[in-house]
Design a protein. Sequence first.
Length: 148
Amino acid sequence: MQVTIPGDVKELVAKRGLKESDIVDVVNTAEKEKKYLKKGNDALAKKRIGDIMVYVMCDLSGKGTAVVKTAYSHKMNLGKVVNLMSESEWKTADGKPVSDGHIEVEYMTVRRNAPALVVPETGDAFLEEYLAVKTIAAAEGLFEKKRA
């Protein structure tokens, strides 16, 4: 798959400390394994790289191409599904439903529940950007500060 990262997204990715090569790897791995979520032309993929989970949202409207819209990450470990709520607008790559729900997240031995997009069939969960770059990032910073 041809992955394109527009200039403004390259700047955002750099500010978030992510490597362009990792972004491309996330997209290609998700496409190869057919493990991503989709909503219209948008696709949301994730992959653990080292100690971080990297997410990439891209537009798949072009044949054989992915245009990256955003990318973000977190260090939290995603755990078991706590509950499932209503069906979301997202579907799996093969068209199965994805639900809004809550999962257990863990970082530095602290466990909490967090909202997530959950694949009911597998229990696989995806954190959305608003949560990862604000709430989760703040929590990780606080935990790291307490440990220092």
